[in-house]
Ligand binder design. Sequence first.
Ligand code: AMP
Ligand code: MG
Length: 380
Amino acid sequence: MKRRTFISALCGGLALELGWRRSSAAVDESARSTAPKKSWALEVADWKRFEFSEKKMGVPTRIVMYAPDAETANVAAIAVWKRFDELNAALSDYDSESEIVRVCRESGQMGAPVAISADLRRTLEESRRFCSLTGGAFDATVGPVVKLWRRSRYFNERPPEKILEAAKKTVGLDGWKLTEAGVETAPGVRFDVGGIAKGFALDEALETLRTFGIESALVDAGGDLRLGAAPPGKDGWTIGVAGLVKDGEPAFYRTLANVGIASSGDANRFLEIDGVRYSHIIDPRTGEPLTRRCVATVVAADATAADALASAVCVLGLDETPKLLERLKNVDAKEAGADGRFEKLETILYRVKNDAEPPFTAEKIDVFATSGFADVAKTR
Ligand code: AMP
Ligand code: MG
């Protein structure tokens, strides 16, 4: 894909990779130490850069990797595309035949579990985890409310209050549980994992590349990223965090490796009714779309966390986000779902002037970071 097209697709606070800094470090030791025992013809430091792009999961996706040869790179890329297709078939909200849509159709009674695949189980487990970690700001049962507001686009009016009230009642952790047998849901519960699935898919993509011995890689899905080890001989991947101006220069840069980066916000996707601008992000606690304008970029140890937290941080805004970060610093590994997951955590939040029209001007940029972040990020 042409770089220009790529940048415009990302406008709205999304992250993009622009190249990398020069560094005197000779080789990427982490890539070398985890490379397969098999003896490659070339040293890891000599592996070449390969880049692939495809439209997958409804968005432009891209893989940048360092591999010993074109054949290995091709086979690894094909495996990633296949993995994306599998995950899309399990998790897509837009495909009426996807597993998640079918499961929602077939469930609807607590005590009557519906069997689910390992991928759907892991996505729902993570959704549950992030719902409780964020105090309900991220909630994958927001589906019925999301659907009503999507319909509002066509009718150009708010959903009828009674229908919205009924939909809101189905949102929350009490309405569903996971058991060994599968998932059980109360009547009316509908999952929408659109706020976390892309991140999950990116993490799976990196895992897939690792099975081919490829550690230095960047995977991109519509501007959300998962970074593996740094390119050979480099400190990291230089990521430009886009500002709010369409096609504008990145607001700032970070040199990063082994993290996930995701952005959420209403710079591009919104609807307007009676002069009120409604975001596609819903506050699950009220059933109302956000009207306070914001764009958030989150850097976390993996893309699943970054994706879920970017949606949550938009909901929480400038007032509640610092409290969330404070809380995440203290969660134990069991609650976090992965050891040290929130040590490398940074939230970049733009608040847009309420009356701003494109090109947007950020009223304020706030950067919140946990202490561990200083070790992984370098501002250019
Ligand atoms: P993202 O772009 O990652 O913020 O995901 C947005 C999508 O997630 C929306 O299109 C909805 O399908 C869904 N969604 C909206 N609000 C929330 C929320 N508060 N928690 C979880 N998912 C949400
Ligand atoms: Mg998200």
